[in-house]
Structures are given as structure tokens and as C-alpha cells.
Design a protein around this ligand. Structure first.
Ligand code: TXA
Ligand code: MG
Length: 327
């Protein structure tokens, strides 16, 4: 897997003060680390670092860029990232720290990688209750993007040994904290519209939410499958440039912007290179930001260079194809 730290073996260490300090230092250096939460083990990376977030997708081998949950040390850490309305503040007061994820409007200048939210204008945030997760987040001093710490297509790990079985050799550290007390992923509640909607059921049930904020709708398929979008209807809200994309382009034509990949001498205000080294992890980290930068009124189309269909290239191409097919 190009671009990943080569880990001949993955240490699984106890979540004492030393382990927590090591995990925090690795996160600050842009590495991915597995740690326990009260729901399932998470595979965390610095949410403000595009390349670190891209490594999560590489490690999980996800065929798609699904939006990730950003984990925070406390509710105050959400203020620079998302717009908290009355409902959000009330739910945070009642259920944080705990197994409730809130999907909220992302603030325009939120210092979070666009890849973490898959280019969406919303951002999922949660404050986990597990003491180890809280200590890691506090020590790192960063928002941490973390999906469940399993390879794509496998079930979520509720014990450090499950993480080891899935990710040995792929990550630099597993922080072991025993069994996850809940063992089921957090409830995901969408608060971006007037009617709060459960996107994924979890330990915080509908009745408890309704007792706090009134009627809550449920829009959740029976089971979560890794790599499959939870609610296909919501895909319409995924970011796509307003300008057409022309894929597998060898050249940019007149009035076309160019999204290049690999060594390329072309330069200019309408040229971006996903990775001039041809590194797919770097390319994934740049994808959403660069699509936005080239999405300008004076541009007729964005010509996109071919991306190899391997490793993270599969997810990049999936995203590009979906952005290219306009309604
Ligand atoms: O309990 C959990 O939530 C665990 C632990 C590690 O915190 N994390 C977890 O992450 O389950 P993941 O990536 O496996 O699931 C994230 C869920 C997905 O269903 C995803 O579609 C949804 O959250 N999600 C994230 N951001 C979203 C957004 N902006 N809009 C809608 N759904 C979002
Ligand atoms: Mg998962």
C-alpha cells in the first residue's frame, strides 16, 4: 500500500499514561492509531490533516470515501467546526460525552479536511465517553476523524484483538483498552434540516432523543455495510462541482481547468496537481479541496488526468465518476 508507513508488526500496548502519550504523539505526526471508545474501536487520524485522513481510507481499503465522524475532547471543541443550534446544544448537554453523533452544518472556515466529510457541507461530530478515548483526544489536542477500526467489509471491532486481526502490519499502534462497553456504533442523528432524522440507530434511542427535542424521524436501513452509503437518497447532497468534469483527459482544452496527477509540467491558475509524485494517498487528501478550487464560473469544464485504478485510486475514481455524472 503505497504512502503508508510500513509497519512490519503493529504493537498493541496497554492504554496507560505511556500508551496514551504515544498515541497522541503519533496522531500529531499525521499517523493513524486505533483506540477504544465506548461503542467500538476507532481508527483515528488528525481530522485537520488531509493526508492523515486519506491514510484512514487506505488502511481500511474502503472502495468509497464515506464521510467520517470527527471525535472531540469536549463539546466546546465543536464550536469552531459546526453550527450548533438550540437542538444540538441541548442534545450535547444531555448525551455528551456518549454514543451520540450529531450531523451539523459545517462552518465555512472549519479547519477540518474536506475528505473527512467526503466533500459534504455537513460534518458529523461526537464526544466519546470512554476514558481512554477522552485522554487520547485531550493529549493530542486535535479533532480526530475515526471510523470503526476494521477493514472494509468486516464487522466493527469491539476488542483490541479484533483490531489486531484486521489491521496488523498496517498501522503503527493499537491502544488496548479491553472490551468496548456498548459494542455497537453510535446513534447518528442528522440535524441539518428542520426535521431531525436518525441515519443510524445506536445506543441512544429515538425515545430519549424525542424527550429532549420533540419528533425525530428514522431514515436508517437495517444493517450497516462497510463501503455502502448508508442512505442512498442522501447521496444527492454529496458535493459535485457545478462545472462538468471530463475524465481520463490527456490534455486540457480551451477554457478547461486541469486536475493533473503525477509528474506534469503544466502550471497556471487553473491547474492543480493531486500529487506530482503520483502518490495516491496524497491525491486522496487533495481531491475535494482541489475540485472546489477549480470550480469557477470562467471554467467550461475540468479535465481530469487518468488516475490508476488501484489502492486508493479506486475510491478516487468512484468519487470522480459520481461527480462527473450530473443530473
Ligand atoms: O460509534 C461510532 O460512531 C464509531 C466510533 C469509532 O466512534 N465510529 C463509526 O464510524 O462507526 P463509521 O465511519 O464506521 O460510521 C460513520 C457513520 C456512517 O454511517 C456515515 O455515513 C455517517 O456516520 N456520517 C458521517 N458523516 C456524515 C455526514 N456528514 N452526513 C451523513 N452521515 C454521516
Ligand atoms: Mg464502520
Amino acid at each position: 500500500m503505497a504512502g503508508l508507513t510500513d509497519q512490519p508488526s503493529t504493537p498493541m500496548i496497554a492504554a496507560g499514561p505511556e500508551g496514551i502519550a504515544r498515541a497522541a504523539a503519533l496522531l500529531q505526526r499525521g499517523e493513524v492509531v486505533a483506540f477504544p471508545t465506548e461503542t467500538v474501536y476507532g481508527l483515528g487520524a488528525d481530522a485537520t490533516n488531509d493526508r492523515a485522513v486519506a491514510k484512514i481510507f487506505a488502511v481500511k481499503d474502503r472502495p468509497r470515501f464515506n464521510p467520517l465522524i470527527v471525535h472531540l475532547a469536549d463539546a466546546a471543541a465543536a464550536a469552531p467546526l459546526v453550527a450548533m443550534d438550540m437542538r444540538a446544544r441541548q442534545l450535547a448537554e444531555l448525551f455528551w460525552p456518549g454514543p451520540l453523533t450529531l450531523v451539523l452544518p459545517r462552518l465555512p472556515d472549519a479547519p477540518v479536511s474536506l475528505l473527512a466529510s467526503a466533500g459534504l457541507d455537513s460534518l458529523a461530530v461526537r464526544v466519546p465517553a470512554h476514558p481512554v478515548a477522552r485522554k487520547v483526544l485531550a493529549a493530542a489536542g486535535l479533532p480526530v476523524a475515526a471510523p470503526s477500526a476494521n477493514r472494509s467489509g468486516r464487522v466493527s471491532p469491539t476488542d483490541a484483538r479484533h483490531v489486531l486481526a484486521d489491521l496488523a502490519g498496517l498501522i503503527p499502534l493499537i491502544l488496548a483498552g479491553g472490551k468496548c462497553p456498548i459494542g455497537l456504533e453510535s446513534t447518528v442523528l442528522d440535524l441539518t434540516t428542520g426535521s431531525p432524522t436518525i441515519l443510524r440507530p445506536g445506543a441512544v434511542d429515538r425515545e430519549s432523543l424525542e424527550a429532549a427535542i420533540g419528533p425525530v424521524a428514522v431514515d436508517a436501513p437495517a444493517a450497516e455495510t462497510e463501503g455502502q452509503p448508508k442512505s442512498p437518497g442522501r447521496l444527492a447532497r454529496h458535493y459535485a462541482p457545478s462545472v462538468p468534469l471530463r475524465l481520463e483527459a490527456a490534455e486540457a482544452g480551451p477554457e478547461e481547468a486541469l486536475l493533473a496527477f503525477g509528474p506534469d509540467l503544466r502550471k497556471g491558475p487553473l491547474v492543480r496537481n493531486l500529487s506530482d509524485k503520483g502518490d495516491l494517498t496524497e491525491a486522496a487528501g487533495n481531491l475535494f479541496a482541489m475540485m472546489r478550487e477549480l470550480d469557477r464560473p470562467e471554467v467550461r469544464a475540468i479535465a481530469v488526468a487518468p488516475i490508476p485504478e488501484e489502492g486508493l485510486g479506486t475510491a478516487i475514481n468512484d468519487r470522480l465518476r459520481r461527480a462527473a455524472c450530473r443530473p
